[in-house]
Design a protein around this ligand. Structure first.
Ligand code: FES
Length: 65
């Protein structure tokens, strides 16, 4: 589906960019042009970024203070 209509950028292109190292809206702007015109796609692009953030797990020997 198109996320950024202004620049014809799809969610697949965004996911591919994330898988190749993009980690912020700034990266997506630079690499794909997302959110560089009207900006209406920024929230959706950020949601896709959030979905791909690595989940932090506790170290096996982690002891809370
Ligand atoms: S929809 Fe992405 S800049 Fe307009």
């Amino acid at each position: 589906m198109y996320v950024c209509v202004c620049n014809a950028v799809t969610d697949r292109q965004i996911r591919k960019a994330i898988n190749e190292g993009a980690s912020s809206l700034r990266d997506l702007k630079r690499e794909l042009g997302v959110a560089t015109c009207c900006g209406k796609c920024a929230a959706t692009a950020c949601r896709i970024l959030d979905e791909h953030q690595p989940r932090y797990s506790l170290e096996p020997d982690f002891q809370p203070a």
